[in-house]
Design a protein around this ligand. Structure first.
Ligand SMILES: [Zn+2]
Length: 247
């Protein structure tokens, strides 16, 4: 394949721009903020389940407490009513009085038991609310951290997009200078060789694979016509001669 030396140099410009685009893409994909977001999403997901469980426990205990309070209130009301009856002096029968007093005593015991149970539920509810508070605080903290990471990502992506646009416009200026057959070869080699299809020969070294060329290869290159498209014997990339090739 043949191409004028100036066209071959232009191919190096194209390679530089394509490498820049690859770097921008790589930067986009490997942003530390992306790993942070993934990590936080995982932790927030796990936390969400625990928050739901804690909220359920609080709600259950609130219901239990309401029931316990109602139970206490019911016994208290009945005891008050009995006490009122006792104090009214309307009960004159000794047997009935004794029975009423027994009931009041029994209700007092019952009320004591219920209040103890109520207190226990209140303590459990306090613990559950405290646990929920800890979890929601952690969730809020992670949510803020995630928002920060998302903002970082968006800023970096915005910069990358602007860089990409600029490099892309430069690339579109270079592209018309490259003949179709050379471009096809370059694209194929780029796909096969880590994004580098064309490399400069710099100080007798292929910039693509960094190998120093043998004296035989250098001799062969010296003898080659300037418009011959050379290939590196080592990596097969297009090898472009420049004033710094050391020939
Ligand atoms: Zn090479």
């Amino acid at each position: 394949m043949n191409a004028e030396p100036a066209v071959q140099l232009r191919l190096l410009d194209l390679q530089a721009l394509d490498s820049r685009l690859d770097q921008i893409e790589h930067r986009r994909r490997t942003l530390p903020a992306l790993a942070t977001i993934t990590d936080l999403d995982g932790r927030l997901g796990a936390l969400r389940d625990r928050v739901v469980a804690a909220e359920t426990e609080v709600a259950d205990l609130e219901r239990t407490l309401a029931k316990a309070e109602a139970d206490v209130e019911q016994v208290r009301a009945r005891a008050a009513k009995d006490q009122e009856l006792l104090d009214s002096g309307r009960i004159t029968s000794a047997k009935e009085l004794e029975s009423l007093q027994q009931e009041i005593a029994s209700l007092a015991r019952r009320q004591g038991d219920l209040e103890e149970a109520e207190l226990e539920v209140m303590e459990r509810l306090e613990d559950a609310r405290s646990a929920l508070g800890t979890l929601t605080a952690e969730r809020d903290q992670l949510t803020v951290a995630r928002e920060t990471a998302v903002a970082e990502r968006d800023t970096a992506w915005g910069e990358a997009d602007r860089d990409k646009e600029w490099v892309g416009s430069e690339r579109s200026k270079v592209l018309p200078d490259i003949p179709a057959d050379l471009l096809t070869l370059y694209d194929k080699l780029r796909a096969d060789h880590n994004g580098v299809g064309a490399a400069a020969l710099h100080q007798r070294r292929c910039e693509g694979c960094r190998m120093e060329l043998t004296p035989t290869d250098i001799g062969r290159i010296r003898d080659a016509a300037p418009d011959t498209v050379l290939r590196c014997e080592e990596c097969r990339r297009i090898l472009v001669r420049t004033p710094e090739s050391g020939l």
